[in-house]
Structures are given as C-alpha cells and as structure tokens.
Design a protein around this ligand. Structure first.
Ligand SMILES: [Zn+2]
Length: 412
C-alpha cells in the first residue's frame, strides 16, 4: 500500500491564522519585506521552528531557515512570508506553514521521524527591495552590487534596513546542494485554472518564461483640427494599429497556456486636441515553451519592421530587462506528488504550468525541484480578497506531506 501521512488540520489552520495577524488589514495582510510586522512575524516563525526541534538560522538577508537535526540527506521546503503592499493572507505564507506542518508531522510519526526536512521563509520574494532576494541570495545568484543598490519605493536602502534589523554582522546562509534530495514548494495558484477545471490540486510542470519589451513610436506633434489625415504622423494611431496586429497574430500562434499583455501605454503630450508626436507601449508575454517564446519574439520584431516600412512613424523596440527562462519541475518529483494526490483525492488533480514566478524557479537548476498548487477562490491574488477554501488548504498540506515522505523514503 502507498504511504500515507496524516497531518493535523487544526494545528495547520491555527498557525496560518496566527501568522495572518502580523500585518492584518481586513481580510488581507500588509507585511512587506523588512517592515516591523515582517520582522515580528519572523521572530514568531523562529519560535515555531525551535519548538519543532529544528536548528534555526537567520541570515544577513533575513532568511529564516530551520535545519533538521536528523542525519542523512534532507528535503528542503519553503516559500515566503513577506507580502505585496496589498497582499493576501496565503500568498507565500501557505507554503511556509505547510513546510512547518510537514516537518513537524514527519518528526512525530514513528515510521518517518528519522527523515530530515529543512524549512525556510525566503526574504522579499515580492520585490519590495529586490524580487526573490532571499532565495537568490541562498543560491548564490545575486551580486553584492545588486544588494548594495537595492531600494524600496520610498528610497530606503536594503543596507539600511539590514542594519536597522541588527542583521549586518550576521553571516549569509548558502545552500549546500549535497545536503539536499530536492526542493519542494507549495503555493496558492493565484489564477483560475484549478477552479475552472474543478480540481483541487495542481502538480506544476514548469514555471513560465517571461519576455518584456518597450516600443517607442516617434511621429510629429500637431494640431488635431488643422492637420489633414493624410499628412499626419500620428504616433498614437501607429501604436494602436501595431497593438492590434500583435494581438491578432499572437492569437493565431499561441499555445494553450501562452499569455500576452500590453500593460502600459503612453501618448504624448496626451491631449484631446493634439495629434500625439510620441507614444510608448510595454508588452510582455509568458509561456513554459522557449521555442514558442522565440516565435513570439520573432513575430514581434517582424511586425515592428513592417510598421516601420509602412511609415510614417518611426518605431524602435528594446527588451525590458533580461529574459526570464522557463524553469522545469523535476519529472520524478511530480510523480511523487501525483501519487500522493491520488492517495488523498483520487482524480482531483491536474498538471499545469505556473504563470507566476516563485522562489522554486531559483532552485530549479540547482536541485530537483517541484511545486504543488491549491486553488485560489475566483482566481484572485495580490489582493485583500485572496482566499482558498479551508478544505482545500487542508487537502493540499495532506498531499504535500505524503509526497515529502515518499520522496525522502525513495532517496534514502
Ligand atoms: Zn508568492
């Protein structure tokens, strides 16, 4: 018979609700990285990890990591407890408290208590100072220069808040890949795919790659009443035409999970009586398939070239930041999660890509990595309204615990 681990649902929910109190704001939470409530919640988490019997380290960047005292290779599990400026109560917190409950449960049960589970809350996943800060620092993927230059929106530097938190003399924590069997992260879906499919568990196949671009249109600013249509160099209209062409062409070549967004447009000078002389647009697309991302990019450059040739407006295009490659979840680990889902909720799971970025993407090229999703009610996240049904929260942790034990038992 397949292994089945039983978590304690009341304890799991009690911890999630206790963590929710730090920065509670109506139904939501405001607990941005390095805010006082964030630091207070980390103290609370240290207490929880210590109670479980883990050896706790807080590092210079604010990561809180609980190391197992058991010998043998360990499973590393974590997520983040910082939030967006208007965050939900489960984004990140769910994965950290799942990790805590799994570590605690395995240590209590006679047939799993020898297994080693390390758990972590990675600092500033949400990018108050620098996105995925804690996991990137732990994996040695962030340069001291980036850390030295990181600021929040008010201009406060990361260096200042590290000093204020009394962490500047504390050593940095770095991953020892040899210690670990795998990295596992649970998260709310933050989308509507599970709800639409009427399924309760998502087994993540990949975290999507992201490419973003800025397009600039340069025409000629002029009077909106006296400039005849055939003489205009209307940067705004050129933008709208190209945007339509992009949307129509992408609709024909996209995959099942491709998404594209024009998240920003600007017309200058932006008045109803002036033909815009300048316009800008930001475009982003996401998919787990790199070849499809290449195709989307090639189509974009072709459409820009055609637009430039047709005139009369000049168009330039440049990438916004480095492309983020897709991160693939380990096939073997996915099988463990599938089996655990079949044990606790037969037929009630699907495989799916993650459209959002997560700490797991930082680990994916260092350790075999996997993620489990639970549904978000109405597909809503990064909002005070974010929520998940209690029975789904419990089921997700149940599946996660069984999968964790099965992964460790298979590897040790
Ligand atoms: Zn998150």
């Amino acid at each position: 018979m397949d292994l089945m681990v039983k978590i304690k649902p009341e304890r799991l929910l009690a911890d999630l609700h206790e963590l929710r109190k730090f920065g509670a704001c109506g139904k939501g939470v405001v607990r941005t990285a390095f805010s006082q409530v964030d630091l207070d919640s980390r103290q609370w988490l240290i207490g929880k990890m210590t109670e479980v019997g883990l050896h706790v380290q807080v590092d210079v960047i604010g990561n809180v990591i609980g190391y197992s005292r058991n010998s043998g290779q360990a499973l590393l599990m974590g997520s983040h407890t910082d939030t967006q400026p208007e965050g939900g109560w489960l984004d990140g917190s769910l994965g950290v408290i799942y990790a805590l409950e799994v570590a605690r449960t395995l240590l209590e049960l006679p047939n799993t208590q020898y297994l080693a589970v390390d758990i972590a809350s990675w600092m500033d996943e949400e990018g108050t100072f620098c996105g995925l800060l804690g996991s990137r620092s732990f994996c040695g993927k962030i340069s001291p220069k980036v850390i030295a230059n990181a600021k929040d929106r008010s201009g406060l530097t990361l260096t200042e808040v590290i000093h204020a938190a009394g962490l500047n003399e504390v050593p940095v924590a770095r991953i020892d890949p040899g210690r670990y069997v795998a990295y596992l992260e649970a998260h709310i879906e933050q989308g509507a795919r599970l709800v639409s499919a009427k399924k309760r568990i998502g087994v993540v196949t990949a975290i999507v790659g992201i490419r973003s671009f800025k397009l600039v249109f340069t025409g000629e600013q002029n009077h909106a009443g006296t400039t005849p249509m055939q003489l205009r160099k209307d940067a705004g209209m050129a933008l709208i035409r190209l945007a339509n062409d992009i949307d129509a062409t992408y609709g024909k070549i996209s995959g099942d999970t491709t998404v594209w967004t024009i998240g920003h447009v600007k017309f200058e000078p932006g008045s109803h009586s002036i033909v815009p002389g300048h316009a800008e647009m930001m475009l982003q697309f996401r998919d787990p398939d790199s070849q499809l991302l290449d195709r989307f990019e090639a189509v974009l450059y072709d459409l820009v070239a055609t637009g430039k040739k047709t005139g009369p407006v000049e168009i330039t295009i440049e990438p916004l930041g480095a492309p983020i490659p897709p991160a693939f979840m380990d096939d073997g680990l996915q099988e463990h999660i599938v089996r655990a889902a079949e044990t606790h909720a037969p037929g009630d799971w699907i495989r799916m890509p993650s459209g959002a970025g997560h700490d797991a993407m930082v680990f994916a090229d260092i350790l075999p990595t996997a993620m489990l999703f639970v549904p978000s009610i109405g597909g809503i996240s990064h909002s005070f309204a974010e929520d998940t049904k209690e029975e789904d929260i419990v089921l997700g942790c149940q599946v996660f615990a069984t999968a964790a034990a099965s992964i460790l038992k298979a590897h040790i």
